[in-house]
Ligand binder design. Structure first.
Ligand SMILES: Cc1ncc(COP(=O)(O)O)c(C=O)c1O
Length: 439
């Protein structure tokens, strides 16, 4: 008998702290995955799942995209190596592609992850403004670093007394952040312009950072005019506006969500879909802010350093991903929208015929089902009104039936270019059966 997933996990706890690498991957019940291709995952017992988790969303083109993988294989074979001195032609090529694609990118730097890119963005904002404080959003996730690790999915009980327009008390999502860091972080509600203005009016905020759509708590969209108002406020109070497009970037458009919204931030960060699953982050933005990377005054210069930054293999993956997206932009984004719309219509029909209190929210290929009667405008509404038990039961039942959504409430689903009509229709059939069972 092969070991069960639970047995493997128990054994691995003897060597891996917590039994799984990157502990936000821990799921209940534990599963052990060994392979993925296109729209599918396989676990160690050979069970196949239609994948909508997409490894927390990088797989825009699907797992194992041939053009991207072949570019990496060719790069390995070519003798390209990490030299760690001087520049390379390919890092310039990828930078030119990024600048061409995204309106807010005049200059860029590459990192190995979204979290690193966020940290550089905050440093750059501080260097450019001479201020220290950072404003983040309740329900936003901007990576695991100290300055942004607060107020993600707080329970209703601690949000109940919060008054609209007010700052939130800080609630770290991790142990180990020095208390002193708290003095530099402010948190407000997403879609609350008044609250943001109150904080910015204190005139000590270096950066306002937000996901333009909150996609770590499903798909929470900006109210009409919200991003425009933040842009205007940041201009008025001299704060650097940072869009964290690690999830929205390249998923919704080649120009990021900023190109869809028509609001251009001062700085923006990307990751995930930009390299279709290979580890790359991008920080970039206005030339005047990015110039601090090489400021003549050492006291105003931001150190950007990383042994593996712009590693040739991950640059090859990024170039191949961007080349595919750029050369087939209309086709790929058109198809992602079409597949997303098919999923949304199908889910609405399934919930509608049961009179189920569920709301499907979608932006292109990103979607979520909230177990509440409306699309939420912020995390507080979700914490108060989303039926978390139903949400979790639904996800677990889908996984058992061969459709993989991450089994944590409100986690966004991602459709890839490798999904087909048949996959969506099969997903809907399975969902129908699951809903029959759950009642
Ligand atoms: C919006 C957002 N920003 C930043 C990050 C951090 O990126 P990484 O996990 O590559 O460090 C994530 C990761 O999920 C994210 O969703």
């Amino acid at each position: 008998m092969p070991e069960s997933a639970a047995e493997i996990w128990e054994r691995q706890k003897q060597s891996i702290a917590g039994g799984v690498m990157s502990l936000n991957r821990a799921i209940d019940p534990m599963r052990v995955f060994v392979r993925a291709r296109g729209a599918f995952l396989w676990d160690h017992e050979g069970n196949r799942y239609i994948d909508y988790h997409a490894a927390f969303a990088p797989y825009l083109l699907g797992h194992g995209d041939e053009e991207v993988d072949n570019a990496v294989i060719e790069c390995v074979k070519s003798g390209a190596s990490l030299i760690g001195a001087g520049t390379t032609p390919w890092e310039g090529e990828v930078a030119e592609m990024l600048v061409e694609c995204v309106p807010g990118l005049e200059r860029v730097q590459l990192t190995n992850s979204g979290s690193e890119a966020v940290v550089y963005a905050l440093r750059l904002a501080r260097a450019a403004t001479g201020r220290e404080n950072v404003l983040i959003m309740q329900g936003g996730y901007n990576g695991w670093m100290d300055y942004v690790s607060y107020n993600l999915m707080d329970p209703a009980s601690v949000l109940e007394d919060h008054e609209a327009g007010e700052r939130y008390p800080l609630r770290p999502i991790t142990a180990g952040i020095p208390k002193v860091v708290e003095q530099t972080v402010r948190v407000v509600e997403y879609n609350d312009v008044e609250a943001a203005e109150r904080v910015l009016a204190e005139r000590d905020v270096a950066a306002l950072i937000l996901e333009p759509i909150l996609q770590n708590i499903g798909v929470v969209k900006p109210d009409p005019g919200y991003l425009e108002s933040l842009r205007e406020l940041c201009d008025r109070y001299g704060t650097v506006l940072v869009f964290d497009e690690v999830k929205t970037g390249f998923r919704h458009a080649l120009g990021g969500y900023q190109s869809v919204a028509g609001v251009i931030p001062d700085l923006c960060v990307f990751g995930k879909a930009v390299a279709n699953g290979y580890p790359v982050g991008v920080v970039g933005g206005r030339e005047s802010v990015m110039a601090h990377c090489a400021h003549p005054d050492p006291a105003r210069r931001v150190v950007v350093a990383g042994t593996y930054n712009a590693h040739p293999f991950t640059v090859a993956a990024t170039k191949a991903t961007l080349a595919k997206l750029m050369s087939r932009e209309e086709e790929i984004y058109g198809e992602l929208e079409r597949l997303g719309a098919r999923m949304e219509a199908g889910l609405n029909a399934l919930f509608g015929k049961r009179n189920y209190p569920a709301t499907v929210v979608r932006q292109g290929s990103a979607f979520v089902v909230y177990f509440m009667d409306r699309a939420p405008r912020n995390w507080r509404e979700i914490a108060m009104d989303n039926d978390a038990d139903k949400d979790l039961a639904y996800r677990k039942a889908l996984i058992d039936a061969g459709v993989f959504h991450f089994p944590v409430t409100t986690k966004q689903g991602s459709i890839s270019f490798a999904h087909t009509d048949e996959d969506i229709d099969r997903t809907l059939e399975i969902t129908d059966e699951v809903l029959n069972r759950l009642g």
